[in-house]
Write a protein that binds this ligand. Structure first.
Ligand code: ADP
Length: 397
């Protein structure tokens, strides 16, 4: 059975076709600059990359071009689109309505439209992806929505409520939702497998550290707290997002500058974080090398990041009254041995001991704690697409 996994952004469409027989990725690619000049499609299959400049005026055209590169020419991996059994979509915000992945129906689409104000930048393009996929594949091919927020729906109210007047929760659904749920679910389940234990028997802190970053407390296989909030700007310092700031700072900045809500949102989401503090780059690799060259603001970012991660890890261990494993994933979590070491060192009192040799590994699941460490320290490369494909298979089977 072949399942197409779709991640639709406002001007991009990422795709992956997975043969569930052996969970083999047949091809993957990106339609970029949809609706903008200079659009292109980059397709990877048979160990090669095919890139072509092509007009992509809208998402429907991007879907058609994607099907064309999958079925025709050198990059073809299927003879006809009818070989695709189902389509799984990443959907960012499922609000309080979805606590698990679901088959897409008209009713689901209507509910998702209701959730759109919660994620105005993400849900509308996700919905466009659902609709375009329907147009291209027809009604007979089932579609599944897999939500970034769903895994965190098990959080207790004490973790998800903000102390704003209760009516804002009742009227506007203002609360913590959390994101990257598919990744936290995948790596926590994989960590249990790696440790040869049942998820129900484990307390795990999962650190998804990429351009966007979040941390989750996973107790007995369920998310009980997470660092992102109503929106993905909360929690840790990120590539261009602030992470947590005193809410008063926002009102104060607003009073001082008179900037509009939209401008403030742009500053908090796009001009802050690594980029804003360093003035150099939003990319952790650039900052690691600038810090090594003595750039003081890059050094400051590289101190802020592990310090903030450490505080979340510590608070989640307190929230769960213990921890069996801390898992690192995402571009930074999987690749930066120095960030991992700087997070875990000086937490020896909690029973964490880093093995510096093991911590140099890359590219696979591994444990970088010493044999006598009380807490297992793991790197588990995330695979959100595989998780979406698995959920889709499960629901359409
Ligand atoms: P996204 O959130 O967009 O999926 P990724 O998970 O790919 O992002 O993570 C991107 C981040 O990972 C960037 O900040 C990048 O610099 C960082 N990264 C990738 N490789 C390395 C590396 N070898 N060392 C340090 N950071 C890395």
């Amino acid at each position: 059975m072949k399942i197409l996994v779709i991640n639709c952004g406002s001007s991009s469409l990422k795709y992956q076709l997975v043969d569930m027989n052996g969970e083999v990725v047949l091809c993957k690619g990106l339609c970029d600059r949809i609706g903008i000049d200079g659009s292109s499609i980059t397709h990877k299959a048979h160990g090669k990359e095919f890139k072509k400049e092509v007009a992509l005026p809208d998402h429907s055209e991007a879907f058609s071009q994607m099907v064309a590169v999958m079925t025709e020419g050198e990059g073809a991996v299927v003879a006809d689109k009818s070989e695709i059994t189902a389509v799984g979509h990443r959907v960012v915000h499922g609000g309080e309505k979805f606590s698990a992945s679901t088959i897409v129906t008209d009713e689901v689409i209507a509910t998702l439209e209701e959730c759109s104000p919660l994620a105005p930048l993400h849900n509308p393009p996700n919905l466009q992806g659902l609709q375009s996929a329907r147009q291209v594949f027809g009604d007979k091919v089932p579609q599944v929505a897999v939500f970034d927020t769903a895994f965190h729906q098990t959080m207790p109210a004490k973790a998800y409520m903000y102390a704003v007047p209760y009516e804002y929760y009742e009227k506007y659904a203002i609360r913590r939702y959390g994101f990257h749920g598919t990744s936290h679910r995948y790596v926590s389940a994989r960590a249990a497998e790696f440790l040869g234990k049942k998820p129900e028997d484990l307390k795990i802190v999962t650190c998804h550290l990429g351009n966007g970053s979040s941390i989750a407390a996973v107790n007995g296989g369920k998310s009980v707290d997470t660092s992102m909030g109503l929106t993905p700007v909360a929690g840790l310092i990120m590539g261009t997002r602030t992470g947590d700031v005193d809410p008063g700072v926002i009102c104060y900045m607003n009073d001082l500058t008179g900037k509009s809500g939209g401008d403030m949102s742009n500053i908090l989401n796009k001009q802050s974080g690594f980029l804003g503090v360093s003035g150099l780059s939003s990319d952790a690799r650039d900052l690691e090398s600038a810090a090594a060259d003595g750039n003081a603001r890059a050094q400051l970012v590289m101190e802020m990041l592990p310090y903030q991660i450490k505080k979340f890890v510590g608070s989640y261990i307190a929230a769960m009254n213990g921890v069996d494993a801390v898992v690192f994933t995402g571009g930074i979590g999987e690749n930066s041995s120095s960030v991992r070491a700087n997070v875990c060192k000086e937490m020896e009192f909690l029973g964490m001991k880093v093995d510096d040799e093991k911590n140099k590994k890359r590219g696979e699941d591994f444990d970088f704690s010493t044999d006598d460490s009380k807490v297992r320290l793991l790197v588990i490369p995330t695979d959100e697409e595989l998780m979406i494909a698995r959920d889709t298979l499960e629901l359409v089977k």
